[in-house]
Design a protein around this ligand. Structure first.
Ligand code: DGL
Length: 251
């Protein structure tokens, strides 16, 4: 084992989570692997998402990382239980849509959960709905991951896509919008403009805090060196350049 913490996402979305982890733990060494070549995962069948997640997470395991963050709601829903069972010794942090805090933020209105098709249909989300599912509107974010992957998160196309998906709910009392995919924090501005009174929730901070806690409990924190980030992608240098750009946008 070495000092690296591995992050995995289907593409650049997990950068939004990595940014938070780095802010919280600036002395850690991170390896981010994005499977940009195969993004989006959301519309794919379960078995395919599992196969791709196994290959991507395998890249991190090859580097003998000390912990893994599955910085992807979709891959977590499809594959976290399997990889945890295969590596019981390794701290593995997954993600789920931040429905719980959104549920408690309601004041008589509804909650929109915007996530990928797979996240919204798999069993993990159903379990969450059983506990916090009152007044929830599920909205599959068709086309949004593709726009972020194309470097178009701040474009008129992104605004138009969000408006097409979300404007049908603008005449309702929406108290909270859950950004249930790690790509969506890059679309935060236009989502907030569509629902100016709603509170926006995502799992970034909770995930970074959970990682910190797990590292501390397992005596795996490194505090004595300046930290670093290594970026890797199945789609090569262009995707790595986008990762670096998005990381900079969040600073
Ligand atoms: N970033 C991912 C998530 O949080 C997956 C997006 C995709 O590949 O569809 O769900």
């Amino acid at each position: 084992m070495n000092d690296l913490i591995g992050f995995f996402d289907s593409g650049v979305g997990g950068i939004s989570v990595l940014h938070e982890a780095r802010r919280l733990m600036p002395n850690e060494h991170f390896l981010f692997y994005g499977d940009n070549l195969n993004a989006p995962y959301g519309p794919r069948p379960l078995e395919e998402i599992r196969r791709l997640s196994a290959a991507g997470i395998g890249r991190l395991l090859e580097r003998d990382v000390k912990a893994i963050v599955i910085a992807c709601n979709t891959a977590t829903s499809a594959y976290a239980e399997i990889v945890r069972a295969e590596h019981p010794e390794l701290p593995i942090v997954g993600m789920e849509p931040a429905l719980k805090p959104a549920h408690f933020a309601r004041h008589g209105g509804q909650v929109i959960v915007l996530a990928t098709e797979a996240t919204l249909r798999l069993a993990k989300f159903e379990r969450l709905m059983e506990r916090y599912g009152d007044d929830v509107i599920r909205v599959p974010g068709h086309g949004l991951v593709e726009l972020v992957e194309a470097g178009k998160s701040k474009s008129p196309e992104a605004e138009a896509a969000l408006e097409a998906l979300l404007s049908p709910y603008q005449d309702r009392q929406i108290d909270a919008v859950v950004l249930g995919c790690t790509h969506y924090p890059f679309l935060r501005g236009p989502i907030q403009r569509l629902f100016p009174k709603a509170e926006l929730f995502d799992g970034r901070e909770g995930t970074a805090l959970r990682l910190k806690d797990l590292l501390e409990r397992n005596a795996l924190r490194s505090d004595d060196s300046p930290g670093s980030v290594e970026y890797q992608s199945s789609a090569g240098e262009g995707a790595v350049a986008l990762m670096r750009r998005l990381m900079g946008e969040l600073d």
